[in-house]
Design a protein around this ligand. Structure first.
Ligand code: ADP
Length: 370
């Protein structure tokens, strides 16, 4: 982009001026040096004046066009007077032509002025846009930084809260265990509490590590129904007899390119949640089906469901409505699925049936790693 007044503009103006002067000089010389008998040549030269005039108009606007026209006329008129005075009709035609190239100079100049000012406006707009773009980038960087800080703050607050409760229990239990204290039965009960709280802390830390240091998926061709079976085996006894498990997958379901361990972890977290949502019992359905260019995996329960105000928060780290919950299960689910390029959706069951359905979509885009 060049600016008026810049060295490039100066050079360009001088070049244009020289070309206009040269054009007028050559054309005028042509007139003066060509004998009057070669009328055709004179007609040609007379029209050649248009070139420098139009060029001046384009380069310098209507004033440039007018001045170039006047200078051309200044050179041309004496030639008309001296050479064509005896031929009045032809001379009049020549004067009319002078009037024309003045008019053409002015009109072309006005048009080029208009074009120039439009270009200048466009340049101003482009500069403003550039500025706005830079400001926008700065602002979004600030927002990202604020977001990161607030996420770290939330994480720290959640973690502190999660650790304080078991610590308080363990501290209280330690007092009970002081020498010479409570009878044997109470001491045993207290030890059980310590174990339980330690297990809770251990679970919290394991989930937290999964969440905070996610590893890159190692993709292999994984048989999803096989993963369903493994997960069902793991949780079968945790829900008691009142929970039944069903798995639904077409026999021709293609293998899913994914990290098997991570997929198992995702399905396990969702299945545990499903079981915990049905204290009165019910069925957990694990379903897999082909969907477009990927595979859809669903975990459905018949539990108490999720209230609309909690629905927005269930994927937030440390959000939990359970007594011993860590609130990290769904965060890990979300993270693993996203790392696989997939999506997670959660819906209430259709047809007013109780419970929720978590749907995971995995695209089949990954490459198998050897
Ligand atoms: P946690 O299970 O430790 O609470 P999660 O991140 O797995 O942590 O779940 C967060 C919250 O989402 C749960 O406390 C519960 O309120 C809700 N939730 C998750 N799955 C279900 C479900 N299938 N039915 C009802 N509520 C659920």
């Amino acid at each position: 982009m060049t600016h008026p007044g810049s060295p490039e503009t100066h050079t360009r103006n001088w070049k244009a001026l020289a070309l206009v002067a040269l054009g007028i000089a050559i054309t005028s010389a042509g007139h003066y040096l060509t004998p009057a008998s070669l009328r055709l040549w004179h007609s040609l030269f007379q029209r050649l004046y248009y070139l420098p005039v139009v060029y001046a108009a384009v380069a310098f606007g209507w004033v440039g066009g007018l001045i170039a026209g006047l200078i051309a006329a200044g050179f041309y008129v004496p030639h008309i007077v001296t050479t064509w005075s005896h031929h009045q009709e032809y001379a009049l035609e020549q004067y009319a032509e002078i009037f024309m190239f003045l008019a053409v100079g002015i009109v072309t100049g006005i048009l080029s002025d208009r074009e120039r000012s439009r270009r200048a406006e466009l340049q101003v707009t482009a500069r403003k846009l550039e500025q706005v773009n830079v400001e926008l980038q700065n602002t979004s960087e600030q927002v990202r930084r604020a977001d990161r800080l607030s996420a770290i703050g939330q994480l720290a607050a959640g973690l502190a809260h999660e650790i304080r409760n078991p610590l308080a229990s363990i501290d209280g239990a330690a007092e009970v265990l002081a020498p010479g204290g409570e009878p044997e039965a109470v001491r045993r009960e207290t030890l059980a509490i310590i174990r339980k709280e330690c297990a809770r802390l251990f679970r919290l830390l394991t989930n937290l590590l999964d969440f905070a240091r996610p590893r890159e998926p190692e993709r292999r061709a994984v048989q999803v129904p096989q993963v369903f079976d493994n997960v069902i085996d793991l949780v079968r006894h945790s829900g008691g007899k009142r929970i039944t498990f069903r798995r639904d997958a077409p026999p021709d379901l293609p293998p899913l390119l994914c990290d098997e361990e991570q997929l198992a972890q995702v399905i396990l977290n969702l299945t545990i949640n499903a079981v915990q949502a049905m204290p009165q019992g019910g069925e957990v359905l694990l379903r897999a089906l082909r969907a477009g260019d990927g595979i859809l995996i669903q975990v459905q329960d018949e539990g108490e469901g999720i209230s609309p105000q909690n629905l927005d928060r269930i994927f937030d780290p440390f959000f939990t409505t359970k007594d011993g919950g860590t609130g990290l299960g769904l965060s890990v689910v979300h993270q693993i699925v996203t790392q696989h390029g997939g999506t997670v959706k959660v819906n209430r069951n259709e047809d007013h049936r109780p419970g929720m359905t978590f749907s995971l979509f995995f695209p089949q885009t990954g490459k198998e790693q050897s």
